[in-house]
Design a protein around this ligand. Structure first.
Ligand SMILES: Nc1ncnc2c1ncn2[C@@H]1O[C@H](COP(=O)(O)OP(=O)(O)O)[C@@H](O)[C@H]1O
Ligand SMILES: [Mg+2]
Length: 319
């Protein structure tokens, strides 16, 4: 995905007032400091974008230096800055869209969930963005490229348990992630982090204060990781997250997606579940549980994230 444009289309009334109230600090900067080619160089007069870290279906993420923290001598003034892609950034509900992601992740407080810092507006460049903890590591999809046969259990367990913990915490706080997949989990020296709540929801539904958010076009599920009922219009739930999580765990343990990366509806309709084989690196005693979490029929997905975690952590728990 390309870097963000310097300007965008006219926001709707709500966003206009949000932008205006944010007293455009960056407009005081000389234009040479504001843009590098198409990419704004400094956002909100404070965040100096240094390089692109990644791009997904909705956003672009940059490494940035927080100039204020740097001025006060912070030895590590780096943050990650996420803004919407050019296409989504121009939408009338762009602010609400990104704010929803920020607000959901701010409900959470767990060492394995990426920490959001602030939600910001650059008035002059008409950009909303999130600042957050900068991760220096690999997303699980990159890790899988380096380990095409999957990870041996002693390496996999220290990823699986924190990931299960992060998701159990998320569900415990009434939040459903909605987009669990290898590129939304990172591993670094500081540990595992779950991130990207852009498609997430609270159990009560969309945030009440965000009436302008058009949720429908957010149903941009990743077909190979989204549960079949989700692809067929059922709502997000802890059970749909469980399916996605199980696909990730299977892939980490075998190097292969459980259903050949097919949309889950197609995997179900072609009977692929009957061909499922235990992943080579998963201890046999966990297979029945993982297989249950991979069920293409939600009625048979009768295990919870907490139960799976307790079992894989070595407890004697069974369901
Ligand atoms: N806090 C972060 N630190 C380092 N890299 C990040 C961070 N957040 C995201 N990234 C990188 O940017 C990519 C896209 O971010 P993500 O939030 O998943 O965007 P999208 O909503 O478009 O999928 C990630 O896959 C990852 O490579
Ligand atoms: Mg993502």
């Amino acid at each position: 995905m390309n870097g963000p444009a310097t300007t965008s289309g006219a926001p709707d009334g709500d966003e206009e007032s949000l932008i205006c109230s944010a007293s455009g600090v960056s407009s005081a900067l000389p234009s040479s400091q504001r843009c590098i080619g198409e990419m704004p160089k400094i956002l909100a007069g404070r965040y100096c974008l240094e390089r692109l870290l990644g791009a997904g279906g909705m956003g672009v993420v940059y490494r940035a230096r927080d100039l204020l923290h740097e001025q006060y001598g912070d030895p590590d003034p780096y943050v990650a800055v996420k803004m919407l892609s050019e296409e989504l950034g121009d939408a009338p509900d762009a602010g609400a869209l990104l704010y929803s992601e920020f607000a959901l992740s701010r409900r959470l407080s767990h060492p394995n969930v990426l920490r959001p810092y602030t939600f910001e507006v650059d008035a002059a460049q008409r950009r909303v963005f999130i600042t957050m903890e900068l991760m220096r590591g690999l997303t699980l999809d990159k890790l899988l490229c380096e380990s095409p046969l999957g990870l041996p259990w002693p390496e996999l367990k220290p990823i699986a348990i924190p990931l299960l913990d992060a998701i159990a915490h998320t569900h415990g706080r009434g939040v459903v992630h909605g987009d669990i997949k290898p590129s939304n989990v990172m591993l670094s020296a500081e540990g595992v982090r779950l991130f990207d709540f852009g498609l997430g929801l609270t159990e009560e539904g969309p945030l009440k204060g965000l009436p302008s958010l058009n949720r429908q076009r957010l149903d941009a599920w990743t077909p190979a990781y989204a549960a079949p009922e989700l692809l067929e219009g059922s709502p997000l739930s802890a059970c749909t997250d469980l399916y996605s999580l199980a696909c990730v765990l299977y892939e980490l343990a075998s190097g292969r997606h459980p259903y050949r990366r097919l949309p889950s509806t197609q995997a179900r309709d072609t009977g692929l579940e009957r061909e499922l084989k235990a992943p080579r690196n998963l201890p046999r005693r966990y297979w029945t549980a993982l297989r249950t979490a991979l069920a293409l029929d939600p009625e048979r997905r009768s295990i919870s994230v907490t139960q799976l975690r307790a079992l894989m952590a070595g407890g004697s728990f069974w369901w």
